[in-house]
Design a protein. Structure first.
Length: 393
């Protein structure tokens, strides 16, 4: 058996959980003895400063160029680069690491040999989002992903609930679907620490880890925070994004400037989660949010909207955790109040997160990618023969 070569496609090294996961995966694959290349559609200085330090030096990095100010333009420019990298690297498996890179990777399959290469696609967000409410929007999204899925050999959802949803939507592709675990939880997150136990009437801290963009509905979280009966607590939002000015304006309008902190983007979220008394997620839709798993790994209770398949199942037995309807500020406010009604930090939440540890999650992916690579290698008889000769020598 020869050394498998893997090419991962992604938009950029950004602030999102999917980007961090892709880097963890690439590093894990390299440590497992694979030759790994990450092909990015654009550079991102802030993201590269944060994620570059997490990336194994053995991983080869390629980029299509500087930002163009439009993701659609960057993806269009990136298509020839993906094709060039496939021709140059001759990977056994190409892995599209998130929804936003699926279409351009699917288009690349028309411009490279299909024999001796397998293509896999991770669905990191719902293919039909709650905002796709009109019949035309839903028809378009359904047709779009039917085309994308047709170009891939494997489709990798993040939860069994999402796999069931995709099976119902696309029964013709059911045989391609295999759920994988994402590598969210590091050893540092699971390390023991001594949380402070605040007095009953002491201010508590709610933390949100989120890019400031419409999907994350931080306006809903801030509105809910303003409606809480507890008036002494603080809200810290860790992240950056295009909605920062609008968020600052809303905070001022609600008179919360002294109680809400915008901490900006940080590369290490563990210190914030350890200081938090409660983690909040207010998104409109998600795949399986990394931040929720990371919070659980530090035994931080979670209050979330029902923005991802399996939210209620994940948190059903978790103390001081709650799932509330999307878009309901009053329900979110009440859940935040209840979530802070404890005297000692729970110690059992990290057990939920352990299954998303680095080693288990990387093995979850490799159990599928190795099979695809073996099938690709079987279609390259000369390459297999050369690999055997090198091993014997």
């Amino acid at each position: 058996m020869i050394r498998a070569r893997l090419l991962l496609t992604m938009h950029k090294f950004g602030q999102g959980g999917a980007d961090r996961v892709a880097v963890h995966l690439a590093s894990g694959f390299a440590e497992a003895g694979k030759d790994v290349v990450i092909a990015r559609m654009r550079t991102d200085r802030e993201g590269e400063a944060a994620l570059g330090s997490l990336c194994n030096p053995a991983v080869k990095l390629a980029t299509a160029g500087e930002p163009l100010g439009s993701r659609k333009l960057e993806l269009a420019r990136g298509l020839p680069m993906i094709v060039r990298r496939i021709w140059a690297e001759r990977p056994h498996v190409v892995l599209a690491t998130s929804n936003n890179i699926g279409l351009v990777t699917a288009l690349a399959t028309f411009l490279v040999p299909r024999s001796g290469i397998r293509f896999a696609f991770k669905t990191t967000n719902p293919v039909i989002r709650p905002r796709d409410s009109s019949k035309i929007a839903r028809w378009y999204r359904r047709r779009l992903y039917a085309f994308i899925f047709s170009r891939f050999d494997r489709i990798l959802p993040l939860t069994h609930a999402e796999q069931r949803t995709l099976t119902a939507l696309y029964p013709q592709h059911a045989h391609k679907l295999q759920t994988v675990l994402n590598p969210y939880v590091s050893d540092a997150m699971l390390a023991d620490f001594a949380p402070q136990t605040p007095a009953c009437d002491a201010p508590r801290t709610i933390v949100a880890l989120a890019r400031m963009m419409p999907q994350k509905r931080l306006d809903l979280l801030i509105t809910a925070f303003a409606r809480m009966r507890r008036r002494q607590d603080r809200l810290v939002i860790v992240g950056e994004g295009p909605e920062r000015v609008a968020i600052e304006r809303l905070i001022a309008q609600l008179g919360l400037s002294k109680r809400v902190e915008l901490a900006g983007f940080v590369s290490d979220v563990v210190p914030w989660l350890r200081k938090a008394d409660l983690f909040a997620l207010s998104s409109h839709y998600e795949g399986l949010p990394a931040a929720v798993i990371e919070a659980l790994a530090t035994n931080c209770p979670v209050v979330t909207t029902d923005c991802f398949d399996g939210a209620a199942l994940l948190l059903r037995a978790a103390p001081h955790c709650a799932v509330v309807p999307r878009g309901d500020a009053d329900a979110l406010a009440a859940a935040l109040d209840r979530g802070l009604d404890y005297s000692e930090r729970p110690t059992c939440l990290r057990a939920i997160a352990r299954q998303y540890g680095m080693a288990a999650a990387i093995e979850s992916h490799l159990s599928i990618l190795d099979g695809l690579a073996a099938a690709a290698q079987a279609e390259r008889p000369g390459e297999v023969h050369d690999g055997i000769k090198r091993a014997l020598n």
